[in-house]
Design a binder for this molecule. Structure first.
Ligand code: SF4
Ligand code: SF4
Length: 404
């Protein structure tokens, strides 16, 4: 594998920290968060005068202590630790499944407190196609670009079970940077090839690379997560400078062999997983009950995304309506065959001197587009997809709560 920014960074010492935390009171949370954040802040060279974007998992907030989302006190106390460490700006950005981020924070009852602290919140709205890194597999990643406006990203994940990925921790939490309409399309595009989905999540991770990774495992979600599970008190918080290392160790603490997780398996296969000797993990690990895993190892994709089930018979037609397809401009194509060589699943072949797409097997990575020397391939959304994205942008794309 080519030398990448990530692998060279990972050769530096990775710092993990675990702390017991009885509940979500300030007395319990504050020292625990300081303990897990202090080594990360040191590793980042301090946050004094720097801006920090918090990306909490805000799936929804239906009732007090709802385990679907990072607990509101965890969010507020984390913001305070950064502010007390001298951060010049702390803001919360997220794109929840149904409501906007400011709406979820209001439902949590912390909007006024955040405003008093000077912590702004907003939905992601500036979705941009990201320049591909060497190590990235999917060359059409369009994700919220706001993270580039901050010196640091802090990934605040809830420890939850997940019907597709088994667990959703810090790496999976970055899926929130993908546009709402695209998220369903990604689920549909990868179908049940969860390794592909894991590869896309790893690509996101490579692009964003949060400096701070925090896991709320005071009350986890077990059973049919990420939306329909039950609360499970495990009374700890964890953090680390590397989300993959943190996710793997936390998975083991919560009773799941990390080598069975698609994200960890694919990270190891792609040489992205840090070597054990690079990880400094001085804290005693929490001893706790394993999380009960989802009943259904395979959940309906739309249910995972929207909390609404879609019958299986509708999924294929829906996929056809929601997908982004590679489309050839035959006038520009010179029949060189580069795209055919670059197609990972070999779903392209030359026919009559021009590439022909085998769309049922296309994984929408857009390596063909990326490598075409003539710009003859472009991603084209279906009408339905354009409509869904326009509606998403109209109703949930903005909604900033300015606090300063
Ligand atoms: S790489 Fe571009 S120009 Fe070459 S065959 Fe493919 S589409 Fe045509
Ligand atoms: S045709 Fe191949 S290279 Fe192009 S998007 Fe589909 S899978 Fe990727």
């Amino acid at each position: 594998m080519a030398e990448t920014q990530v692998t060279s960074e990972q050769r530096k010492k990775i710092r993990l920290a675990f702390a017991p935390c009885a509940d979500y009171t300030t007395q319990a949370l504050r020292p625990a968060l300081e303990h897990i954040l202090q080594p990360q802040i040191e590793a980042a060279g301090g946050v004094s005068g720097k801006s920090v974007m918090l990306k909490p998992n805000l799936l929804a907030w239906r009732r007090a202590d709802d385990p679907q989302s990072v607990n509101p006190r965890f969010i507020v106390e984390t913001a305070k630790v950064f502010l007390d460490a001298g951060a010049s700006r702390v803001a919360i950005l997220e794109n929840p499944a149904v409501q906007t981020a400011p709406q979820v924070l209001r439902a949590m009852g912390i909007a006024d407190e955040l405003k008093t602290l000077g912590v702004a919140s907003a939905n992601f709205k500036n979705y941009v196609k990201q320049p591909p890194l060497d190590a990235v597999f999917f060359h059409n990643l369009e994700i919220a670009d706001e993270f580039r406006e901050y010196d640091f990203v802090a990934d605040l994940a809830k420890a939850k079970t997940h019907g597709m990925m088994t667990l959703t921790f810090c790496v999976k939490n970055l899926f929130g940077l993908v546009n709402g309409g695209d998220r369903l399309a990604w689920h549909l595009a990868v179908g049940r090839d969860y390794d592909k989905f894991a590869d896309m999540l790893l690509d996101l991770y490579l692009v964003v690379r949060p400096a701070f990774n925090l896991l709320d495992a005071v009350t986890c979600m077990e059973g049919n997560g990420p939306g329909a599970g039950t609360p499970a008190d495990r009374h700890f918080v964890a953090g680390g400078t590397d989300a993959l290392a943190l996710d793997a160790v936390a998975a083991r603490v919560l009773g799941v062999d990390p080598d069975t997780l698609h994200i960890i398996k694919r990270a190891k296969a792609r040489d992205l997983f840090p070597a054990p000797e690079t990880v400094d993990n001085p804290d005693p690990l929490p001893v706790c009950e394993p999380l009960a895993l989802p009943d259904r190892p395979v959940m309906d994709m739309a249910q995972l995304h929207l909390g609404v089930g879609i019958p299986k018979w509708m999924q294929k037609p829906l996929y056809k309506l929601m997908v982004v397809n590679p489309v050839l401009d035959p006038a520009k194509c010179v029949g060189c065959g580069v795209c055919v060589k670059m197609c990972p699943p070999k779903s392209l072949k030359l026919s009559g001197g021009k590439p022909a797409f085998d769309l049922p097997h296309c994984i929408r990575c857009f390596c063909c587009q990326e490598h075409c020397p003539k710009g003859a391939i472009e991603p084209r959304m279906t009408r339905m997809m354009r409509f869904v994205k326009a509606v998403d942008r109209l109703f949930r794309g903005g909604g900033a709560v300015e606090s300063k």
